[in-house]
Write a protein that binds this ligand. Sequence first.
Ligand code: PMT
Length: 411
Amino acid sequence: MSSLCQKRVIVGVTGGIAAYKIPELVRRLRDAGSVVRVVMTANAEQFITPLTLQAVSGQPVHRSNLLDSDAESAMNHIELARWADVVLIAPASADFIARMAHGLADDLLSTLCLATEASIVIAPAMNQRMWLHTATQDNVAVLVNRGIVVFGPASGSQACGETGPGRMPEPAELTESLAALYGTRALAHTKVVITAGPTHEAIDPVRNITNRSSGKMGYAVAQAAGEADADVVLVSGPTQLPCPDGVHGIRVTSALEMYQAVMNEVSDADVFIGVAAVADYRPVEFHKQKIKKTSEQLTIKLIRNPDILATVAGLDDPPYTVGFAAETHNVEAHARAKLMRKGVDMIAANRVGDVDIGLESDENELIILDRAGAKSLPRTFKLQLARNLIKEIAIRYRAESTNKNSRRAHR
Ligand code: PMT
């Protein structure tokens, strides 16, 4: 699966002849699984119609006028800026690059570029002399220093009849480069064990105690770890989800089975991530026959299940250990208490209860906490969120294992 799957991509089109290639770019991004919204500058509309881009993107096209009340009521420019995972400006004209470098915000696309926290990528396209001009080169240097990524330009014959650098890379190449930007190999040569889903604690042959976890978050984390090139083992409670490609899945039912499966796998693991909503208690007694409705009240005695996460964190040579915390209130404070109590390296906390994200939903948001502090990973699709989380885990795991190795070398 492409790393662009479920990415929210804004394609910003500025005025240049290469705009005629944008329908193909949009089609390729959508084929890779991205959701694409197009924003056009007024000059872009001289080269290609909004209707064409609306047809290929399957979404209304956002035009340049910031003061269009119809467009603003559908999705205002700030919502659009928050919606995006990445803003790809293609073609990026010399004029637009200059306006970005100076922080102008006089139309929708330039305003978006200032308002978004998403990654911004530009694919410059212009006459080769304009590209090589010191003014353009200085402007591009300013953007690069701000963390903006530049794809291209390619060299070759140009629409103006000249030959040299200034051609927008082909749509296939742009799509591939964007996918490569997000397909990291951050966990290459590591084994990652992940738990997901609920557990079922049997009362009798037809009844059990469980919770609402769908497994979506844990499966997304497994897929993202696989994309980052880890060897992934997914120990999953009962769910309807297929195991992600390339991931070794182990299906279990109860917390005790999950505990056993994790212990079998974790001794040579580099990272452990507990996303499962493990039942804290199980019935003391399993009734071999279906319990009959003979009395008005029924008491089922429960006993604590082993804490898988805390056990892994307490091993002699534990993997980098990440827990999840599902909290209905005081999310950060409760999660920090869990971080300390369970002795883990990181907690990813999410809100559950009176919110439309988290449990069962396709979207979520997280606060990640470690001993150094806290960081928010904003609301998005679970797969994208999982990729963002894996990036954070990989950075900390790599730093931790470098420290560990140097401690070992000095022993
Ligand atoms: O599955 P979805 O519908 O996508 O929903 C995702 C989710 C909300 C379930 C997920 O994002 C999440 O928050 N998972 C952890 C839920 C939970 O059980 O939290 P907790 O605060 O009870 O447990 C804290 C941590 O200890 C978790 O990492 C849990 O896996 C682990 N634990 C808990 C009990 C136990 N006996 N063993 C454990 O390992």
